[in-house]
Design a protein around this ligand. Sequence first.
Ligand code: SAH
Length: 500
Amino acid sequence: MAKKDNSPYQKGQEFLIKIEDFGNDGEGIGKIDGYTLFVKDAVIGDLVKVSIMKSKKNYAYAHLDEIIEPSPFRVDPPCPVSRACGGCQIQNLSYEKQLEFKKDKVRNNLIRLGGFDAEFIDGIMEPVIGMEDEKGEIPAYFRYRNKAQFPIGTDKNGMPIAGFYAGRTHSIIPVKDCLLGVEENQEILEIVLDHMKKNNIPAYNEETGRGIFRHVLIRKGFTSGEIMVCIVINSAGDNKKNKKNNRKEGLDTNGEYIKNQQNLISRLASIDGIKSISVNINNEKTNVILGRELHTIWGEDSIRDTLCGIEFSISPLSFYQVNPIQTEKLYNTAISYAGLTGKETVWDLYCGIGTISLSMARKAGHVYGVEVIPQAIDNAKENAVNNNIKNATFYVGKAEEVLPAFYEKKVIDTDDREKALHPEVIVVDPPRKGCDKDCLDTMLKMAPDRIVYVSCDSATLSRDLRILVDGGYELKRVRPCDMFPNTVHVETVVLLTRVN
Ligand code: SAH
């Protein structure tokens, strides 16, 4: 029965298995005679009937046909599309077990990819910072996201839809009210879709590169109540030739980027809390959601929100943590790891709008922030001024370029050059791909007493920690923080200290 590629099982074969473990993407893992089956939507502890979908020599992907005995950790997902949508991979898992899954994920990556000893990691790892569960109909770990980016597409009948991509695909599952997001999302999307229908505005088609509306980005300041709506459009519209320059083709002129723009504006602006409406131009055939060109078409350029007692301005292009309740806990952990007494010089690399920089500036001597998005640095500088924080300086550029340029040439525009080049603390909070090697090398040369690494991907974190530890640092503390309940993502804060 063996197939050509040596897989011992064939498509369609059925098995009864117990789910014993989780994969990195939250899928259930079970075994038949030592052979591994990955079963999406199965939960650890389930007894399930599955059928083989795709088999390889040592493992196979199997379909969950039936739950014979549900796991005690299984819960009914409140969202009706939780299985089809790619956003929440583990909504069917009890929250306690979600936290355990996240802790294990970080732990396993540190051991397998970072090459750290299991006993050592178990000795230093602190419990996951979870979200508190308020007793209510929907627990506190729903509706925690302050931002959503809905792709716009077209359904079978040619009608515009908004929603989320089905797991690992680019087909849109219509969802207007995602349970992770704010309730206002639904009303905003309904207005946008209705405007498209009434004005015959086509949705963008990823395959052809034609059509106009691509995404709707909505962000709400949880403390301020201020909401921004940013509509991402392909301004070349249906005309391929106009891709580069003539962006008004097919659209109205005179600063109108959207057909009948005033009408859309007045409907959106009537929603409580809306403070900023903008259009972002993205004419590239790419997965990247936002283009560089941004036009405020109504209201303010940014919304405001308060974190750790500091008020922040946030523009649509700037990164801002999506779960403000957990963000404060994350930042407080990072601040405590930094061991600030009021005198320290701190670098905050990948600083975004300066949230960590400014929270630390109040407890440090001077903070230098580096960030690649110019609008985010504009926000950071504005935020420092608005909060009357004078001991923070911000630089635009890539961390792996700005830091070496300062360090190698020993030129930096500050009176405290020596201190800046030899800080007590360096904080990094890179995107998923982690830190660039040039950045890590320069950090090692600057030899701070402490490095605080905030990471949203424990795989690249583990890789980078190995480099820092081999470069003379000791891993002291590791604390995962659950910023993204119901998903498989986990944030981690790490403290490293220099070995003398
Ligand atoms: N610390 C901030 C932002 C963290 S997200 C906060 O907590 O809000 C990571 C940030 O790194 C983003 O703002 C992104 O724009 C920025 N970034 C990405 N690549 C970069 C690079 N090579 N150098 C500097 N910043 C970068």
